[in-house]
Ligand binder design. Structure first.
Ligand SMILES: Nc1nc2c(c(CN[C@H]3C=C[C@H](O)[C@@H]3O)cn2[C@@H]2O[C@H](COP(=O)(O)O)[C@@H](O)[C@H]2O)c(=O)[nH]1
Length: 341
């Protein structure tokens, strides 16, 4: 698209022109130091995607790739109006919320013999069937069920028409380029077009397209079709959890006015100035943390078994946010209801 900045270019431009969100250099360094202590551990490694998350596929086959595709096609907007009333899904003895409630619902459907990861099924699945598949154990349904139904039909039809019904064919068309795969996804699947404007420029975050590439790399264990030579060009994924954890860790700061607004639970619309500043500064903040961490590793002379990139930092920080929910109670996440993150 003419004049469209890449996510990384967008983030740098936003950070340079942001009014209500700023990056704290000292906080960036402190987070890099926190991550340095983990650099050699299991969390900051590609294998963590399977080892740390029981709902993710164990396999690295075509079915697993198609599982990732349907999960990331629906990977958006799980936050509930009130923390104590939210969608929950029980699966194999455990109860899941947020993003994990989606994964649990997908696996529950597969166990029930519903082929939810097959394009030939979800291209024509009905709204009632989607309501059943994504049903909550509480009286609070998963948000945006109608949009999820529409997106499943739209995405399934495109996958059947252009990629013989399997996302692995789309991956193979990328010829092991993460950037090419990301662009194939946003060109062919409209619900992934996470683009907007800021200060007169056309900017992109491509949050779900980037996490789809990352999760494809992870499920294929960075091998074979998933051995992307430019995987480190993928940035963090601008969702609503990473900003919250970056503020909690002191790497990101909100203006008094914005903080007050978020504490009141006011919604920010998709593409509004403050929402774009939160997403863009978060993305740029993780890029700076990565640069600082790589410098610290260099200084320490530590040999890394695999390259640390923004994907692994993002996964770590997202898991950290999950594990420190209570510590982060005082820090609001921003409330935008949309299909992009
Ligand atoms: N930045 C970033 N955002 C991520 C993810 C994930 C899960 N992905 C990987 C992580 C572990 C698995 O291995 C998955 O591969 C979900 N989200 C976003 O968070 C929000 C849901 O949050 P909560 O309401 O708390 O469940 C929603 O916008 C969702 O889109 C990630 O990793 N990074």
């Amino acid at each position: 698209m003419a004049g469209l900045l890449t996510p990384r270019e967008s983030a740098e431009f936003i950070a340079e022109n942001s009014r209500d969100v700023s990056i704290d250099g000292g906080g960036v360094r402190r987070v890099a130091e926190l991550l340095l202590a983990k650099a050699a551990g299991p969390e900051l490694r590609l294998g963590g995607w399977k080892a740390l998350h029981e709902l993710n596929p164990r396999a690295a086959d075509e079915a697993a790739v198609n599982w990732v595709f349907v999960a990331d096609t629906l990977n958006f907007s799980f936050w509930s109006e009130r923390e104590e009333r939210k969608c929950l899904v029980g699966y194999r003895g455990r109860t899941y919320s947020g993003y994990w409630s989606l994964c649990a619902a997908i696996n529950r459907a597969l166990d029930e013999g519903i082929p939810i990861t097959s394009a030939s099924y979800y291209a024509t699945v009905s709204l009632d069937q989607v309501r059943h598949i994504l049903r909550s154990d509480t009286d609070v349904p998963m948000p945006l069920i109608e949009e999820r139904h529409r997106i499943l039909n739209e995405t399934g039809k495109v996958l059947l028409e252009k990629f013989e019904g399997s996302f692995l064919n789309c991956v193979r068309k990328s010829e092991k380029s993460a950037q090419k795969l990301m662009h194939l996804v946003v060109e062919n699947f409209p619900s992934y077009r996470d683009v907007t404007e800021f200060e007169g420029k056309r900017i992109s975050f491509y949050k779900r397209a980037q996490i789809l590439v990352a999760d494809t790399w992870s499920v294929l264990e960075g091998e074979g079709d998933g051995c992307f030579r430019d995987i480190s060009s993928i940035t963090m994924f601008a969702d609503y959890r990473l900003p919250q954890v970056l503020v909690h860790l002191g790497a990101l700061k909100y203006s008094e006015e914005l903080l007050e607004k978020l504490l009141k639970g006011e919604m920010l619309s998709y593409g509004s100035r403050q929402e774009v500043e939160i997403r863009g500064c978060s993305l740029w903040c993780v890029e700076l943390i990565r640069d600082c961490l790589l410098e610290l590793i260099e200084k320490k002379g530590e040999k890394m078994s695999e390259e640390i990139n923004s994907i692994l930092l993002d996964y770590y920080l997202w898991d950290y946010a999950r594990d420190h929910r209570d510590d982060m109670k005082g820090i609001p996440f921003h409330r935008t209801r949309c299909i992009y993150y």
